[in-house]
Design a protein around this ligand. Structure first.
Ligand code: AMP
Length: 423
């Protein structure tokens, strides 16, 4: 196979029947999220670069190493969205958000990160995400988490654990950073090179490091909330108590910080114990944030999460089918002689009854047409020749039994319903 036909590593083509599974995830999202008042939003897949840099944070892995940034013909710096929140917040701010007003939206679509491709780690991946924007209180956080759990439940996914922590508020984080820096400074020689840099630039990012050597050190780091003050701890206690009241199960993860800088207060991750996922076991991540938007000094508060669709499907056991396939065909419309035009009209009529039809558009022998009907997996073949067309009849062949009847076209709907089951 020519290399140039292959999709770029870390991206893939999607075919039926897998695409139907993607649609199922999207439909379930629409159903569950609308119970909580979330409406769908669709924003552009690229934005001005500053929309992401300002909100995600200069020191994050995503901004430093993973963004697909390019200059357009007008010399503007644009970036393919690496995540959904920044663009959604930009759109909400652009449409106008009154003080104290809350907007709830969900989105689905592709995100782009220049990561090293691996199972469950792609360069173009897809997320289903939600944002409740404009207000800040612990009830929203707990409700948002409960909604994520309800969604997974609706999909039939169990074996999912909810990991919960707080990033605290920025005012308390300055002092907390010093506590964290004091701990890591003592063991800095054992940290990887990246983490040694992080120690000076943004100590919290060390907690995200996946290097084995750093992991052991991170395990013994102070719990984030132990370094924070009253405001952060009280807010978190309320989120936890609300989750308890709603019966949502969680595990405290005292060193979870998540990879983006805009989070404050609640952060959470949904991890799957499903074997299919292997190392990339995070199905979703989210939390409360304050996002800075270009040209505005006011930060916008909100809470949300994003689920990775590829990983959801892996956890559900849906495997990729790199094989071109079409929608299921129930009826193959064959024609002979000069009856092709009439056959195409009849096919249209059959479709109006909700039946999937492939009408043969090439001139083929009857034998070749029956072979094609078999290849499509059609249950029935309709055959229209000049005589049938003149008499307003049609021949219907049951492909499995080989049984064949000629009947008036006026009776065809009832006959097909019998063969195909209710339609
Ligand atoms: P994040 O904002 O990085 O936590 O992403 C939220 C979710 O999106 C993750 O939990 C994954 O399910 C999914 N995700 C993030 N990055 C990738 C990727 N490179 N490939 C596939 N899924 C991803």
């Amino acid at each position: 196979m020519a290399k140039t036909l292959e999709p770029i590593p870390g991206t893939s083509d999607l075919w039926e029947p897998e695409v139907s599974q993607w649609v199922r995830l999207e439909n379930a999202a629409r159903e569950v999220f609308s119970l909580y008042g979330y409406g769908e939003i669709r924003t552009p897949v690229f934005e001005r670069t500053e929309v992401f840099v300002g909100s995600i944070g200069e020191e994050t892995e995503v901004v430093q190493k993973e963004m697909y940034t390019f200059e357009d013909r007008g010399g503007r710096s644009l970036t393919l969205r690496p995540e959904g929140t920044a663009g959604v917040l930009r759109a909400i701010a652009y449409s106008g958000l009154q003080q104290g007003e809350e907007k709830r939206v969900f989105y689905t679509g592709p995100m782009f990160r220049g990561e090293r491709p691996a199972a469950g780690r792609r360069r173009q991946f897809h997320q289903i995400g939600v944002e409740a924007v404009g207000r800040s209180n612990p009830y929203m956080d707990a409700e948002c988490i409960a909604m994520a759990m309800r969604y997974l439940d609706e999909l039939g996914l169990d074996n999912v654990r909810l990991l919960l922590n707080s990033r605290g508020v920025p005012e308390e984080r300055i002092q907390a950073s010093e506590g964290m820096r004091a701990y890591f400074s003592k063991v800095s020689d054992a940290l990887c090179e990246d983490c040694q840099n992080r120690l000076q630039r943004n100590v919290w990012r060390i907690l995200d490091c996946k290097q084995e050597g750093c992991q052991e050190i991170i395990e013994n780091a102070p719990a984030v909330l132990s370094l924070m003050g009253k405001e952060s701890n009280e807010f978190f206690d309320e989120v936890v108590s609300q989750l308890d009241t709603m019966g949502v199960k969680y595990e405290l993860a005292p060193r979870l910080v998540r990879g983006l800088d805009y989070y404050e207060h609640t952060v959470f991750e949904l991890v799957s114990d499903s074997e299919q996922l292997g190392a990339q076991n995070a199905l979703a991540g989210g939390g409360r944030y304050q996002v800075s938007l270009p040209g505005s000094s006011k930060k916008v508060p909100g809470v949300g999460f994003a689920l990775g669709m590829e990983r959801l499907l892996m956890a559900l056991g849906v495997t990729e089918q790199p094989k071109a396939s079409m929608a299921d065909i129930q009826v193959y419309m064959a024609s002979l002689g000069n009856a092709k035009q009439a056959a195409f009209s009849l096919a249209e009529k059959v479709r109006s009854w909700g039946i999937h039809v492939f009408a043969e558009n090439e001139n083929k022998s009857m034998k070749a047409q029956m072979r094609a009907a078999n290849k499509f997996g059609a249950t029935a073949a309709l055959i229209l020749g000049d005589d049938e067309s003149a008499n307003n009849t049609v021949i219907c062949k049951h492909m499995e039994t080989g049984e064949q009847v000629e009947l008036p076209q006026a009776d065809l709907q009832g006959h097909l319903q019998q063969i195909l089951g209710a339609c």
